[in-house]
Design a protein around this ligand. Structure first.
Ligand SMILES: [Zn+2]
Length: 146
């Protein structure tokens, strides 16, 4: 037979789609069209299986997402520390016992004097790190839970 595109005599032909018509062409003319693969029937099963496994995988992240939410809440709870009652008074009394001025005490803690004054007046709560430093420095207990 001959190539339906260039007319060259050929033993084996390729079926290609060129502008909505199927032509039997030679090796050289395959590039002018879209070759029609004869494996189409087995391929039909392939994509169907892939979409089934995809559906299973999609459900997995949904199961994981609720677990990450409580973790964030726990972190927030740690930031809100429980201090003993009258923590400001306890700090001031102990500091005066040790003959430390607010300024000296602040220097030892590497904090600002203003911060120490505010903590002693209980205007602000020290954060966990600062509270632990004060506990160590004065040998007192400020944290209720830890
Ligand atoms: Zn040809």
């Amino acid at each position: 037979m001959n190539c339906e595109l260039c007319g060259k005599p050929i033993k084996f032909y390729h079926e290609v789609m060129i502008e909505d018509s199927i032509l039997r062409v030679c090796d050289d003319c395959v590039k002018y069209g879209k070759e029609i693969k004869k494996k189409n029937k087995s391929n039909v099963i392939g994509p169907a299986n892939v979409s089934l496994t995809n559906n299973v995988q999609i459900q997995r992240p949904v199961v994981h997402s609720p677990k990450s939410a409580p973790r964030k809440q726990r972190l927030e709870e740690q930031d809100d520390i429980d201090l003993v009652e009258n923590y400001g008074e306890i700090i001031r009394k102990k500091r005066e016992e040790m003959n430390l001025s607010q300024e000296d005490f602040a220097k030892k803690l590497q904090e600002k004097k203003n911060l120490i004054a505010k903590i002693e007046r209980e205007e602000i709560k020290p954060d966990l790190q600062t509270a632990r430093k004060i506990e160590k420095m004065l040998g007192i207990k400020l944290l209720d839970k830890f």
